[in-house]
Design a protein around this ligand. Structure first.
Ligand code: B4P
Length: 192
């Protein structure tokens, strides 16, 4: 079973939801750049102060900030035997940085799972989360901007990883359990 994974997908596709479940089943840490940023915002660290205005506007935090944070996190002992990255890489520069980080330790990615869901579905989910949890970037206009940024900068990365023979596409519509079963099935079959 693969140990170094990336979860790709638009905002609201279920990356965070599936990262928690799949990482537990595989016994590797789930590393969510969004969660790390939000924890830093809550604690008002310097990193949080830098990230907040981008997140609240639906823009990506600059690559130099995000890359340094991920490099540091992947250098921690619990990530040495594997990890599941949720929400990273999101830009071509982040792909290059991840390649560099892994090459330095002689490691390689095993699989990139793209969770697919159409725009109406993800907007509905994020607006529901806005009503239930009040996340500051879940307003309708910010959601639209996050989807635009995703289409411009992150959607093309699926092609990059497909060309490398690492991509597996999974339908993200259905219950969380159904989506987890699809991901675990694809991993155990070795789909690429
Ligand atoms: P993230 O925290 O990654 O936010 P997200 O893309 O909206 O995904 P999230 O994981 O929260 O949603 P999920 O699909 O699981 O990023 C937030 C911001 O941080 C970015 O906009 C950016 O500013 C910054 N950032 C993060 N990483 C960065 C990077 N690499 N570079 C630069 N900036 C970065 O779930 C959404 C909702 O759907 C939930 O309410 C969930 O309960 C629900 N849901 C999940 N699965 C479902 C299902 N099967 N059915 C119904 N609902 C479901």
């Amino acid at each position: 079973m693969s140990a170094r994974l990336v979860l790709l997908g638009p905002p609201g596709a279920g990356k965070g939801t599936q990262a928690a479940r799949v990482s537990e089943r595989l016994g590797v840490p789930a590393i969510s750049t969004g969660d790390i940023f939000r924890a830093n915002v809550a604690e008002q660290t310097e990193l949080g102060q830098r990230a907040q205005r981008y997140m609240d506007a639906g823009e990506y935090v600059p690559d130099e900030v995000t890359n340094a944070m991920v490099r540091d996190r992947l250098g921690q002992p619990d990530a040495a035997q594997g990890f599941l990255l949720d929400g990273y890489p999101r830009t071509a520069e982040q792909v290059a940085e991840l390649d560099d980080i892994l090459a330095a330790s002689g490691a390689t990615l095993d699989v990139v799972v793209a969770i697919e869901a159409d725009t109406d579905e993800v907007v509905d989910r994020l607006l529901k989360r806005a009503r239930e949890q009040g996340r500051s970037d879940d307003t309708e206009s910010v959601i639209r901007r996050r989807l635009e940024v995703y289409a411009e900068q992150t959607a093309p990365l699926a092609q990059t990883y497909d060309t490398r023979g690492l991509l597996v596409r999974v339908d993200g519509v259905g219950s969380p359990d159904e989506v987890t079963d699809r991901i675990m099935g694809a991993l155990s079959r070795g789909d690429r």
